[in-house]
Design a protein around this ligand. Structure first.
Ligand code: SAH
Length: 224
């Protein structure tokens, strides 16, 4: 079976499970070559719905989690997105495929932050090789500080587990009416995935489901 056929099978599985419902997200999941974001030895797991180790003890989330976060964030063409936790760069590419499709005359952009230099380099290479580097900028720093240089953002996704108290810079850098998708809770015992809407000075959080992410480590996250 070709990678494309495997990808179609995975997407159909996620549609059947009702994880995928929005056409934009479905099209992006069909298009972005997940296998090109994985270490060579893990490529055979690219289209299985499970997390994969990407080095330095970090993981690329399972496809259903990538899909769910994109659906919850209601991404649209033209939007400016901030991702905390670049990892392989796959999720950033998925977001870019939605906010900056190739035929767009109003392309959005994805700014994504990673704390491990080695992962920054791998993600940049993966994004370049797949052609997503035009619409994705990878930044090497502590993502709990956000990236005020390009703020405010329409949508923010955090792909590492935050303490219950969400980093204030991330909240401050969201546009009024914008959304944050973030796993928050315990470091050892799992988290809940939240979708948070900013309305004026208020933040309204909805708890979606129990999850388990690697730790968000930094000034406003967990200690090293
Ligand atoms: N979205 C990624 C997977 C993320 S795994 C993908 O598609 O592959 C979580 C990532 O968050 C890890 O790479 C980890 O190094 C990074 N991370 C943890 N704390 C961070 C912080 N404070 N700032 C930036 N990146 C962080």
């Amino acid at each position: 079976m070709s990678y494309e056929e495997k990808r179609e099978e995975l997407v159909q599985h996620l549609i059947n499970r009702k994880v995928l419902t929005k056409k934009k997200v479905i099209d992006a999941m069909l298009k972005v070559p997940r296998h090109e974001f994985l270490p060579r030895e893990a490529v055979s797991s690219a289209y299985i719905d499970s997390p994969v180790l990407i080095g330095l003890g970090q993981t690329i989330s399972a496809p259903h989690m990538n899909a769910m976060m994109c659906e919850l964030l209601d991404l649209n063409e033209g939007e400016k997105i901030l991702e905390i936790g670049t990892g392989s760069g796959y999720h950033a590419a998925l977001c870019a495929e939605i906010v900056a499709p190739s035929d767009s005359n109003n392309p959005g952009h994805v700014y994504t932050i990673e704390r491990h230099k080695k992962l920054v380099e791998t993600a940049r290479r993966n994004l370049k090789e797949t052609g997503y580097d035009k619409h994705v900028t990878v930044i090497h720093r502590d993502g709990t500080l956000g990236y005020s240089e390009q703020a405010p953002y329409d949508k923010i996704l955090v792909t590492a587990a935050s303490p219950k108290k969400i980093p204030q810079p991330i909240k401050d850098q969201l546009k009024d009416g914008g959304l944050i998708c973030i796993p928050a809770g315990s470091r050892e015992f799992g988290q809940n995935l939240y979708i948070i809407r900013k309305i004026g000075r208020e933040y309204k959080a909805d708890k979606i489901t129990g999850v388990r992410f690697v730790s968000l480590i930094g000034k406003y996250g967990w200690p090293e």
